[in-house]
Structures are given as C-alpha cells and as structure tokens.
Design a protein around this ligand. Structure first.
Ligand code: AMP
Length: 212
C-alpha cells in the first residue's frame, strides 16, 4: 500500500505517519526528516538544504525530487510506504506520478491559529523521530522518548516566525497539489481543528478512508 500524507506545518502528519507505518508495517518516508538528519550530520545535502530549511522555505524541487524518488526506488519500498510531506509542489507531484501510482492521498487540514499555538509545544525524538506534544501527547518521562529512550528536542524551525513563513509557502506552492489530486479524483481530507484532539481520533478518520 502506498499512502501520501500531506498537511500544513504542525498538522500532525508525522504522528499519523508513524502510527500508520507501524500499523500496516510500511516504511515511513519524510523529506523533512531526511533533511533534518543531513543538516545535523552536516552532509553535502544537509549543507545545501539548511539555508532553505532554517528559513521555513521549501528546498528546491530538483534536490528534493532526486532525493525522494531515488529513496522510493530502493527495494525496501517495494511493499509500500507512507510518504509524508511529499509532493509539496506541482513538479514534485508530476515526478511522483511518473514514478508510481499511489493508493491514497490524505490531506490533514489544520487552521493556522492552531498551528501557531501547537508549535511551541512540539518535541521530536532525536533518535527515532517520534513526535510529542506537551499539550496532548506528553512523554511518560519529561524529555525522554517513550519508544526508544532518545532525547526529545525542539526543531530549529519550530518557532512562530518560521511557521508563518511555512504557511505562506504552503499556500503558494502546496495548495495547487491539492487541486492536482482533486482533478485525479483521489483527494481525501480530515479536519483537525481542536486544540486537544488526540491522535487516535484522527487516525480513526484516516483508517475510515483507507478501509473505504
Ligand atoms: P516538515 O518536517 O515536513 O515540516 O519539513 C521541514 C522542512 O523540510 C520544510 O520547511 C522544508 O524546508 C523541507 N521540506 C520537507 N518536505 C519538503 C518537500 N517535499 N519539498 C521541499 N522541501 C521540503
């Protein structure tokens, strides 16, 4: 099964993708995570991506398309994947169409005011990338990942200025991707507009889409 999950910043796509990938035993692939790892390790890809990533701007299409399509070509992706945060531009959507046919496109819709509120409470495991919220998905021990014991960190781009920029990027470059999937008759969306909604509630909505 090949699932694409897309949403504005802090819409919960990371959490939903990791839950779905465990549930269906699919690989979770996220350009955001790959860029972040490369930035931390200061690889050539990380050095190129950092100047866009830190400003809340999309990394240019040629870099991102190459990165993701070559990752999807690896044999471990043959049985399926949850692709989170890609495609985020029409060029990326066309590149994905050319490479493979996905089974589900799911858009996670969240209002900007809620994203800004959530941003300061988000923590990510440095090791396994599991996402927590200090509002509604707290780790059992402060600062420590429940799953792998890794350190929980705040992303460099998780601040109100960056999130506003990332929303503008989303409006400008990613909204047309939603139209692209609407035109293909593949558009599904869930609305997350509650401050304290738990991931399970939204996962149920996603499972309804998948099970039909
Ligand atoms: P995310 O973790 O999905 O919020 O992404 C964090 C950052 O990674 C974004 O602000 C972009 O700089 C970069 N990024 C993630 N996905 C993409 C993509 N599909 N195209 C270009 N840049 C991306």
């Amino acid at each position: 099964m090949k699932i694409v999950i897309l949403g504005p910043p802090v819409s919960g796509t990371s959490t939903f993708s990791s839950i779905l990938s465990s549930k269906f035993n699919l690989l979770h692939i996220s350009p955001g995570n790959i860029f972040q790892e490369n930035i931390i390790k200061k690889t050539p890809l990380g050095i190129k991506a950092k100047k866009f990533y830190d400003k809340g701007l999309l990394v240019p299409d040629d870099i991102t398309i190459d990165l993701i399509i070559s990752r999807l070509k690896e044999t471990d992706c043959e049985k399926g994947f949850v692709l989170e945060g890609f495609p985020r531009s029409i060029k990326q959507a066309e590149a994905l169409d050319e490479f493979t046919k996905i089974d589900f496109f799911i858009y996670v819709n969240i209002p900007e005011w809620l994203a800004v509120k959530r941003i300061t409470s988000r923590r990510v495991c440095k090791n396994c990338k599991r996402v927590y919220s200090l509002i509604n998905v707290k780790p059992k021990i402060e600062g420590i990942c429940d799953v792998c014991g890794g350190e929980l960190i705040q992303r460099a781009d998780d601040n109100p200025e960056s999130i506003k920029k990332r929303f503008r990027e989303f409006e400008e470059k990613t909204k047309p991707v939603l139209e692209h999937y609407k035109n293909k008759g593949m558009f599904n969306s869930i609305l997350c507009d509650k401050m304290k909604s738990v991931p399970e509630e939204n996962i149920e909505k996603i499972l309804k889409i998948i099970r039909g």
